[in-house]
Design a protein around this ligand. Structure first.
Ligand SMILES: C[S@@+](CC[C@H](N)C(=O)[O-])C[C@H]1O[C@@H](n2cnc3c(N)ncnc32)[C@H](O)[C@@H]1O
Length: 433
């Protein structure tokens, strides 16, 4: 294996909430992943960890409830098809996109227009061109990932945060974006990055699924257990009260409806946030005790119930992780402490105690300063309807990340803990297809 690259390929193909720092993903892969390992990321997002694992010679599988995340991850693992993509870009350069701006069309169920009418027509035209090109699946996956990034860029969304906030009226009026140019610029960046020689074939893929049912999701996909290593940066809370993976993803996915040939685009996209951890209240008044050193907030408030539900869901994921891992396999979690309901949720301490209860051993505990995670100081609370300009000063959202490394139980502890092996499915392959 050659020297590891500092960044993963296509790391900037599409911005996404709460992405792990790319250099951290590479550093973790360098240290903890060996060539030939099978790596699982149960909260794959845009697949930075899997891409770094692939650079270290591993193969990988990722799970996410969000179809957009899955498409973007799979676009990163595409290893050929540059020629078809280049031809498509060339064909598109010659096309004249609609320039008129007649008619306003609201998206289904939305009260606010997120695009200029001209932009809307250009997006429809682009979708028509994508369908006409009849691209093979790999190239289409890349094109759709670029399409998502284009949608975000040409929309009226504020680009500095992930909750769906609209640009101020002044910024909307000043916005001059062109769908064709934006799409072609992003596509050519991607095509150029294909030219850079890679160390390995990109052997990873992501699937849509709920990690609370992780072993079933993997079985259904024909992934053969055990997994060698689980590496992830999980959500730090339920999606509604943290970053909202759903809002902007849903907007991009809505706009991609009508592009033919990708199954992931057929998934029901309403309620991505509700499908995330802590999104559905199932504790139903059952008591969930949280030690004060983990979180000292009030469990009787609605925020307290959300925290409890999120932790209860996360506990199911931890149990499943230990089930699918080989004996003495590695678990690497990148987490942070965050303030919620007036108290700090010490996720690092919580994960430590949960994995230890499951028979795992903490083997490493390091911290890393976070420099660029900022939240705008002034967030317009009702941005969908309010149109005032906001101040752009920002405050740090989180200051530190904790990198926790555990070793899963060995055979003896496993036997005494009576771990069931998940039922293998009919189709089994060591490598994800
Ligand atoms: C912090 S992000 C991961 C970011 C990723 N490491 C990256 O660099 O792009 C957490 C991800 O967990 C996903 N998620 C939340 N709940 C989930 C669940 N129950 N099952 C699977 N994925 C879930 C969210 O959709 C989100 O993409």
């Amino acid at each position: 294996m050659g020297k590891l690259a500092k960044n993963t390929r296509l790391n900037l193909i599409m911005p996404y909430p709460a992405m792990i720092a790319d250099e951290l993903a590479v550093a973790i892969a360098q240290k903890h992943i060996h060539p030939g390992d099978l790596v699982l990321d149960p909260f794959v997002g845009t697949g930075r960890i899997l891409a770094a694992a692939a650079q270290a010679g591993a193969s990988g599988v990722g799970i996410d409830v969000n179809p957009l995340a899955v498409i973007v991850t799979n676009a990163k693992s595409v290893s050929g098809g540059q020629r078809r993509l280049r031809d498509f870009a060339l064909e598109l350069t010659r096309k004249r996109f609609p320039a008129d701006s007649s008619g306003i069309r609201l998206l289904m169920g939305r009260r606010v227009e997120w695009f200029h009418p001209r932009t809307h027509r250009q997006i429809d035209y682009l979708k028509g061109q994508i369908n006409r090109a009849k691209l093979p699946r790999a190239a289409l996956t890349v094109v759709v990932a670029v399409f998502f990034a284009t949608i975000r860029e040409v929309s009226y969304c504020r680009k500095d945060q992930w909750k769906l906030h609209r640009l101020s009226k002044a910024s909307r009026n000043a916005q001059r974006v062109d769908v064709k140019q934006t799409f072609l610029r992003r596509l050519s960046q991607v095509i150029n990055s294909f030219e850079v020689p890679t160390h390995n074939l990109y052997k990873f893929r992501a699937v849509i699924g709920d990690s609370k049912r992780l072993s079933h999701v993997l079985s259904d996909q024909g992934v053969k257990f055990p997994i060698d290593c689980v590496v992830t940066s999980p959500p730090y809370g339920d999606s509604k009260s943290t970053v909202q993976y759903g809002g902007i993803s849903q907007l991009c996915l809505e706009m991609a409806k009508g592009i033919l040939g990708l199954k992931a685009l057929d998934y029901c996209i309403s309620g991505i946030d509700a499908n995330c951890l802590g999104g559905k209240m199932s504790l139903d008044g059952k008591l969930y005790a949280i030690p004060k050193r983990i979180w000292a907030g009030d469990l009787c408030t609605s925020i307290g119930k959300r925290v409890a539900q999120y932790l209860d869901d996360m506990r199911s994921v931890c149990e499943q992780i230990v089930r699918v891992l080989k004996a003495n396999g590695k678990i690497v979690f990148v987490v942070a402490r965050r303030n919620v309901g007036g108290a700090t949720l010490n996720l690092d301490l919580w994960f430590r105690s949960e994995f230890e209860k499951l028979g795992c051993t903490l083997i490493e505990w390091t911290t890393r300063e976070i420099k660029r995670k900022l939240t705008p100081y002034l967030v317009v609370p009702k941005a969908r309807s309010v149109s005032c300009e906001t101040e752009m000063s920002a405050v740090p959202t989180m200051r530190k990340e904790y990198i926790l490394v555990f070793s899963s139980p060995n055979h003896l502890t496993r036997a005494s803990a009576n771990f069931e092996r998940p039922i293998p499915s009919r189709r089994q392959s060591r490598l994800p297809q």
